[in-house]
Design a protein around this ligand. Structure first.
Ligand code: FES
Length: 574
């Protein structure tokens, strides 16, 4: 090999002079690669496969498809693992580890001799973690998801994970479903590879990646078991080699306007409230501010045009058959920055040109919307000075303007101890408040915002009440749930001062969340407030508590915001 240095990171690695270059080549040859292979652009396949993550369990096969594409286009594919976050399997909550996974992704992209990377993701947190890390490293990248599960079925009824997990468990606990039926549902609700198939967080984020321009068309909705998913993998492999040659970086794709496109799509989909945390975290890595007010502003002017559970009727398989995310983006084009560059090398508008809608009940038009406003509202008031979020299409309409008496739970332990007590002083019109479940208090801002209705009310047929917390909520959940209250109670936010019997008013149309307690009384309560003890004293979790930001800043670590791009911006020469 020559000793001439080029702008390519892999060439610099393999062509380094002296013993360093010798060992780099010799040890690579030990894996069966020759000099011709090492002259190709090296494409990292960053794989979040794990047997402790059911949603990502098929990513090995998808990685093989990506490799075929990379070889075909003249690259050298090298697969490597990063932390995988399985929503179901992590304690206390996967969100506690999102930033750890983002650090892993960023540092491995930076440390290894890669010229481009395909980010293989699927379950909820794997998606923002990969994008956050890739944004900070800023090496050419394509996000490729594993795709959604097929719909579940039970006695002719379509089931959605895990919207129906909660709904049907409530039915079982209320005695409406018998044990045998409940077991049959459990056997059939999660029936294939893939991520949750309602418009939950994974469906939302994998779809938004198309609007951001960082994923190929089809990423959001091709079902996981569909062979088109494998062919999408091959296409991603081919395309990343070209992107690496062109030197097009994530910072050139994920611009402020691209994030505005993603928020518009989020509203059109009635997508997960978790995106209101993840998008600012990804944007923050690129030095882009996404204030909560921007989400509200875009939501007010962006209609909901897809009829997707949990807010609507259909699931990802239906959306795919109806035309997929390309068809949704095509309908939305008048509201989008269609001229923006994407990883295809074409504009967003070019990507979706000719996309057709095959079922107008699933994907509506701008003239026949499901709701004139998007699915998100940002609330403010003396209870949430820095904002709170509600997904109002998934709420009970009569509760969207409601005033009621607070019934307060100090934390999750208190909730578990009392929520089903027959002695709990609670009526249907009360407002349930859960404190200390935010980024610090949770810790990790767990998805407990849709906490249960008190057992005695459940038995009387009550299925929804206004619930307020500083937690998040699964994108698959529903109800009149006020989330992400900021500042959170564990750092002394006003939510920490609420007491049983206080009056709370929610008015979604006015975007208002108000605690009807006079200021002097709040000052008195604040004087006696004490921060809860830190639950972690060492290790990563301690670092998390020390450095996690609040929900409006995306719960990223304060020291991780911003980018530290690898290599120079110089065009690689292959
Ligand atoms: Fe992975 Fe729902 S458990 S997306």
């Amino acid at each position: 090999m020559t000793s001439t240095k080029s702008a390519s990171r892999s060439r610099s690695f393999f062509e380094e002079s002296g013993v360093a270059g010798f060992t780099h080549r010799a040890f690579t040859k030990s894996m069966g690669y020759d000099d011709a292979d090492m002259a190709r652009p090296v494409i990292g396949i960053c794989n979040t496969y794990s047997e402790l993550n059911n949603c990502n369990r098929h990513l090995k096969e998808l990685a093989e498809a990506v490799k075929r594409g990379v070889w075909q286009a003249g690259g050298l594919p090298l697969e490597f693992p990063t932390i995988s976050l399985g929503e179901i399997f992590l304690t206390p909550t996967s969100m506690l580890y999102r930033n750890l996974a983002a650090m892993d992704t960023e540092e491995m992209i930076r440390a290894q001799p890669l010229d481009g990377v395909v980010l293989l993701v699927n379950c909820d947190k794997t998606i923002p973690a990969a994008l956050m890390g890739a944004a900070s490293a800023d090496l050419p990248a394509i996000l490729l998801s594993g795709g959604p599960m097929l719909s579940g079925h039970y006695q002719g009824e379509v089931l959605g994970a895990c919207t129906d997990c909660r709904r049907l468990t409530a039915e079982y606990q209320a005695g409406v479903l018998d044990a045998a039926s409940y077991q049959e549902i459990e056997d059939g609700i999660v029936r294939s590879i893939g991520h949750c198939m309602v418009m939950g967080t994974a469906s939302t984020m994998n779809s938004l990646a198309e609007a951001l321009g960082i994923a190929l068309p089809g990423n959001g909705s091709i079902p996981a078991p569909d062979s088109r998913r494998l062919r999408l993998g091959v296409a991603a492999g081919r395309r990343i080699v070209e992107l690496a040659r062109e030197g097009v970086r994530p910072s050139q794709i994920m611009t402020k306007q691209a994030f505005e496109n993603a928020i518009t799509l989020l509203c059109a989909l009635g997508g997960s409230t978790n995106a209101v945390v993840h998008l600012p975290a990804i944007a923050g890595r690129l030095g882009i501010e996404l204030p909560l007010g921007l989400f509200d502003e875009i939501s007010r002017r962006s209609p909901m045009i897809t009829n997707m559970r949990p807010a609507g009727q259909y699931q990802m398989e239906d959306l795919f058959y109806a035309g997929g995310i390309s068809a949704v983006l095509s309908q939305l084009l008048p509201l989008l920055h269609g001229e923006l560059l994407t990883v295809t090398g074409h504009s967003l508008a070019d990507n979706v040109e000719g996309a057709k809608t095959y079922n107008s009940d699933v994907i509506r038009t701008l003239d026949d919307v499901l709701q004139s406003e998007g699915g998100l509202a940002i609330l403010r008031g003396n209870l949430a000075p820095d904002g709170a979020v509600i997904k109002h299409p998934a709420a009970t309409a009569r509760l969207l303007h409601h005033r009621g008496r607070a019934v307060v739970f100090r934390d999750m332990d208190d909730l578990r101890a009392r929520i089903n007590s027959p002695d709990l002083d609670v009526v249907e019109d009360d407002v349930l408040v859960l404190q200390n479940v935010g980024p610090v208090g949770g810790p990790g801002m767990p998805e407990v915002g849709n906490f249960p209705i008190p057992g005695k009310l459940l038995k009387r047929g009550v299925r929804d009440m206004v619930r307020i917390s500083d937690a998040r909520m699964s994108g698959t959940a529903f109800g009149t749930i006020v989330l992400h209250v900021a500042p959170e109670s564990a750092v002394g936010g006003p939510l920490s001062l609420v007491q049983d019997g206080d009056e709370i008013e929610l008015d979604v149309s006015k975007r208002r969340l108000h605690l009807h307690v006079d200021e002097a009384e709040l000052v008195r309560r604040r004087a006696t407030w004490r921060a809860p003890d830190l639950v972690f004293q060492r290790g990563y979790s301690w670092l998390y508590l020390k450095h996690v930001t609040q929900a409006p800043q995306g719960c990223d670590f304060d020291f991780l915001r911003g980018a530290d791009p690898v290599q120079s911006a110089e065009q690689p020469k292959f």
